[in-house]
Ligand binder design. Structure first.
Ligand SMILES: [Zn+2]
Length: 329
């Protein structure tokens, strides 16, 4: 129970290479349906909307620009003072099990490839990739407020912090990154104080209410009130895919005694299914975020290995997806 969020994983033997090949053929080369509606990108170049899985993805949409496929939440896009996105596997330069948009430095991929991926995503989604600040995720609920002098940490410069699963800032032009390959990543936006945050939570972080910790931290640092917050949970593992052993189910039963029936469901044998999306929604709502200010995608990383990195599909030899939010410069 100590090493990773997908405790008790049953890995499915799909090779990452094959998944990547299918990703390219299904998403780009083989002409997946690309809708004809285009929206104006931040730098004036149109983004093309794609619908690889149908239209509605639980409050987020997928777009393609310059060959880079990424996602956005309209609930956050309405706020012009901020910028955000989540990556897919499509549009990067990494190879093999990292193909192709791997955003995880130091995981075995080439540094040059990872930096090029950030550059491409930054160009497509309209942020200064060189200023990106990265979490150092170890399944804690530790949160760090970052400033201009932190720009580039984790990507172009050494981090001077460790065990940080959440980042917050009110500094413009500082893209905050958190990562996932099945775990949840939640973005936070406070339009009153123009502050943002991003946080990783696997099952441990979810049971420890990382969302509440983020809201408390933003309250302390920026004066954020929960009722003003707008939050979005990015693609992560769905309930059907997230089967866990009795210890993890027990952990959730103890963490959510009043809402266990909405989060924990029977699985095969002695196993249980955990609904991390619903848990995330509950954590945010009970901390005071209005229901209409919470978006939760229905895109599952494990159900869609062509689109997303999934720990349960490929095991630890893989790339990792990123979620970015910033106060626009
Ligand atoms: Zn799934």
């Amino acid at each position: 129970m100590q090493d990773r969020c997908t405790d008790g994983a049953e890995n499915i033997t799909v090779s990452a290479d094959r998944a990547a090949d299918r990703a390219v053929s299904s998403g780009q080369a083989a002409g997946r349906p690309v809708s004809d509606s285009a929206v104006q990108g931040v730098s004036g170049v149109p983004e093309i909307r794609i619908s690889p899985l149908g239209g509605d993805h639980g409050g987020c949409r997928l777009v393609q620009k310059n060959g880079v496929f990424f996602g956005r939440f309209p609930i956050l896009e309405r706020m012009e003072w901020l910028n955000h996105c989540f990556s897919t596997r499509l549009g990067g330069v990494s190879e093999g099990c990292y193909a192709s948009m791997d955003l995880g430095p130091g995981r075995g991929d080439s540094d040059a490839a990872v930096r090029e991926n950030y550059r491409r995503l930054g160009e497509a989604a309209g942020f200064d990739w060189r200023s990106s600040v990265l979490t150092k995720q170890t399944h804690t609920v530790n949160i760090r407020r970052v400033f201009r002098e932190d720009a580039g940490k984790g990507l172009l410069r050494e981090r001077d912090y460790d065990n940080v699963d959440g980042l917050i800032t009110d500094c413009p032009g500082l893209p905050l990154f958190s990562f996932s390959a099945d775990c949840t990543v939640t973005m936070f936006a406070d339009p009153v104080h123009r502050a943002v945050g991003v946080a990783h939570a696997g099952w441990r972080g979810m049971a420890a209410r990382m969302g509440r910790e983020m809201i408390l931290a933003m309250g302390r640092e920026f004066g954020t009130r929960p009722k003003d917050l707008v939050c979005a949970i990015a693609p992560s593992i769905c309930r059907d895919c997230f089967e866990v052993g009795p210890e993890v189910a027990q952990c959730f039963a103890e963490a959510f005694p009043e809402n266990a029936g909405r989060i924990i469901f029977p699985g095969r044998g002695d196993r249980s299914q955990i609904d991390l999306w619903e848990a995330g929604r509950i954590v945010l709502a009970e901390a005071g975020v209005p229901a209409e200010n919470i978006a939760v995608t229905n895109l599952c990383t494990k159900c869609n290995p062509d689109l997303f990195f999934s720990h349960r599909v490929t095991g630890p030899a893989r790339g990792i997806g990123g979620c970015m939010i910033e106060v626009r410069p």
